[in-house]
Design a protein around this ligand. Structure first.
Ligand code: NAD
Ligand code: UFG
Length: 355
């Protein structure tokens, strides 16, 4: 195992996929919580400009390397360089993935290659370098159809699309790897629905092309780039018939990563694989989210109800009590704040990050 950082040095964390939506917010949290992040990103779904904004918010240098998690040689060199600098990587935060559910059904090989093979290459390089702590971005999508709600971590794992399968496979790989390597610690974070943006309005979600998810589509409609929002079904068994999800503020989610790294670095001998739901424990319907957004932004969001989206479930929300108890993490920000902060980002950056 690599030597830990010397006294007085901030623990260095490799953040794979750190230039993306969740990664940039997580970098802010890491810096604020006394970590020294180093980003590795191939920028396949993000922009280096996002990292400049993180530097602006934090006042920290925030090192970054362009590279791919599937490139074992590049990973070896990166881990070695950090060790040579006397500041070895102490933990890897692995957010690097392709994430569009629909696209994963039309391009499954790309998803398995990027998300599963990529993780294998990363784990092999970590083992070679003696880096024995990993926090992995999993997803609530690993649960599939709810047998009961709220989802608890012990719920059966039964994803319903290739993207979800990649997350479930990686969790299984990590479980098996932890059993074989008792000194390796893996923490899987099962995110529910992160929305909003950093309160500064400097960083936020910047989808390429047509957004797939509800909140970015609401914002796209609000700035006039889409004529109306399509509400996918109003005949679910929910109070107003529209789909219910557990939306959490992306800055709360980001803080969950800092807590998970604290936990991973503490060792947790004997329980070296763990998985936690990160959500608020509260459900919000599509129409409730639209209303909250209209109230907070002062902008009308026209919508039309259309057919259900294939593969959607009616309701999903988390039981976040395990993360509350074990990690000491709670998602405290309200849906109203998610809408305010999301809109602040969108109206200040109608075209996303500069090229
Ligand atoms: P994102 O696309 O904004 O960020 C992912 C980042 O990883 C991007 O910067 C991309 O360029 C990079 N990347 C992808 N493949 C890579 C590779 N092979 N090598 C190096 N870099 C690579 O997505 P996000 O919303 O920030 O999601 C981050 C993580 O959280 C992903 O693993 C995603 O599956 C997971 N997740 C996201 C959500 C959500 O609603 N956003 C929900 C559950 C889980
Ligand atoms: N919806 C609409 N119109 C849209 C988009 C979505 O009505 O234009 C509805 C959906 O039918 C659903 C709700 O809004 O009821 C939320 O949909 P999203 O696409 O925003 O989120 P999902 O819960 O379907 O899926 C997202 C990610 C998954 C992830 C999951 C849990 O896309 O990758 O959250 O974290 F696994």
């Amino acid at each position: 195992m690599s030597e830990p950082a010397q006294a007085g040095q901030l623990p260095r964390i490799l953040v794979a996929g750190g230039a993306g939506f969740i990664g940039t917010h997580t970098l802010v949290s890491l810096v604020q919580n006394g970590y020294r992040p180093l980003v590795l990103d191939n920028f396949s779904n993000s922009s280096p400009a996002a990292l400049d904004r993180v530097r602006q918010i934090t006042g920290a240098e925030v090192e970054a390397v362009r590279g791919d998690i599937r490139d074992g040689n590049a990973l070896d060199q990166l881990f070695q360089r950090c060790a040579d600098e006397g500041a070895p990587i102490e933990c890897v935060l692995h957010l690097a993935a392709l994430k569009a559910v629909g696209e994963s059904s039309t391009k499954p090989l790309e998803y398995y290659d990027n998300n599963v093979t990529g993780t294998l290459r990363l784990l092999e390089a970590m083992l070679r370098a003696g880096v024995m702590r990993l926090v992995f971005s999993s997803s609530a999508t690993v649960y599939g159809e709810p047998e009961s709600l709220p989802f608890q971590e012990r719920h059966r794992i039964a994803p319903t699309n290739p993207y979800g399968h990649t997350k479930a496979m990686v969790e299984q790989i990590l479980r098996d790897f932890c059993a074989a390597q008792p000194r390796f610690v893996a923490v899987c974070l099962r995110y529910f629905n992160p929305i909003g943006a950093h309160e500064s309005g400097l960083i936020g979600e910047d989808p390429r092309g047509e957004p797939n998810n509800l909140f970015p589509y609401i914002m796209r409609t609000a700035i006039g780039k889409a004529p109306f929002l399509r509400v996918f079904g109003n005949d679910y068994q929910t109070p107003d018939g529209t789909g219910v999800r557990d939306y959490l503020h992306v800055s709360d989610l980001a803080d969950g990563h800092s807590k998970a790294i604290d936990f991973a670095l503490a060792g947790n001998e004997g329980a070296n694989f763990s998985a936690f739901n990160l959500g608020t424990g509260r459900g919000t319907s599509v129409l409730e989210l639209v209303s909250a957004f209209e109230r907070e932004s002062g902008v009308r969001v026209p919508y039309q109800v259309t057919a259900r989206r294939p593969g959607d479930i009616g309701e999903a929300w988390a039981d976040p009590s395990l993360a509350n108890q074990v990690l000491g993490w709670t998602a405290g920000r309200s849906v109203d704040q998610m809408c305010r902060d999301g809109w602040n980002w969108q109206k200040n950056n109608p075209d996303g990050y500069p090229e």
